[in-house]
Design a protein around this ligand. Sequence first.
Ligand code: HEM
Length: 418
Amino acid sequence: MALGIDSGTLASLQKLRLEYGDMVSITKPNGRLAYFINDAAEVRRILTRRHSKYHKGPGFERVKMLLGNGLIVSDGDVWRRSRRMIQPAFNRQNVHRLMKVMVECCDRRAVHWAELAANGENCNITSETSDFALELILISVFSSDYESRIMTEGENPFAFLSRDSTRDLSVVMKVRHLRELLQSIIDDRRAGKGSTEFDFLSMYLQATDKEGKPFSDAELLDELMTLIVAGFETSANTLNWVWYLIARHPEVEAKLLVDAAEHLPNVSALSAESLAAMQYTQQVLEEALRLYPPVWLFTRRSHELDELDDFDVAPDTDIYLSPFILHRTEHYWSDPERFDPDRFAPTDKPKKDRPFFPFSLGPRRCLGEYFSFLEMKVHLGLLLPRFRMQLVDEAEPELELSINLRATKDIFMKPTER
Ligand code: HEM
């Protein structure tokens, strides 16, 4: 069994689980041993307490072309240093300062959707959520340099990133161009030109390691590319599925509208507190992430022996862990294919045994989790009360499971103003 990461991988893994259970060992064609692990406790252990015994695994070579040795791809000391330098940029206070950008990006969508509604045209919600999330991350990184340096290029030069064909030659050229563009923005900032507003780039430029050393230009480029790529497709895909799920579940839509009316009656009521109070919206987002975790498969490669409870993992073994499969395993989740945001309602019962890790777990857990929940809540809280979206095609979208999980075809909706 080849076990790359492509459209056949999910079917192969599901077959293995059905035939052999929660711990499957496979010898790959290159002779390397691999484990596919679908036991919640072992998965948690590998990602948390035992994480230092593993590096990133198969599939990351492809990502490296785009992200160099940025945070998602790097391992060991390089990763540790970068993570320490970058983590403070993601503290809640900093993320709150970016809420006004989230609102601005919703306003831009609202203008476009109102036009579509007035003209009776359909809305490609897949490209709309993608544009929303891309614009948001770019303005969060570059503030006004986004308009003055990036959008002056005509078509957004980052837009191609949502199309996954990282090995194609034209992509190599486009990536090179992006890196040149980023380098010239960095040069300007270092020379005291360009935006002086608060943004991720200013925080990354100020970050220093334990020796007081800042990022070099090459490191900064890798980290900026990582931030942009990590920060937009995941949220965009989640919002795409959320709009689809809402359109299929009017009872959920009604409750979301109540949540928004109560906590976000108008944009001036928006604050970190009002967003935190949107409990039902949070549940809908979590349930969407359970069914459609954008990073549907994690891979790791052991670099030293790991003695787990039930078996040993020899050095140089590949490990496959799938939130997509665990999130839909009946043993942990009753009626797992059903969309039911009430699963995430606050309860006194411990939830620890239910595997839910769309943002991973442990020290390598996503840095943008809080940012993405705020972004998605602002998006839904401001746009859903204004627009009703009806599916143009009721058929269930097919899944494309490559590095990220997405819908094979764009989803179209008919917008009407409420
Ligand atoms: C729904 C939205 C998101 C999901 C589901 C998600 C999921 C993940 C996952 C699963 C990982 C770990 C991957 C692995 O270990 O193999 C990760 C890492 C990361 N994410 Fe996110 N992410 C989301 C949004 C964001 C956003 C908005 C940002 C930035 C603004 C971001 C920045 C990062 C970074 C920097 C890492 C690397 C962390 C490290 O290795 O230390 N993510 N994300």
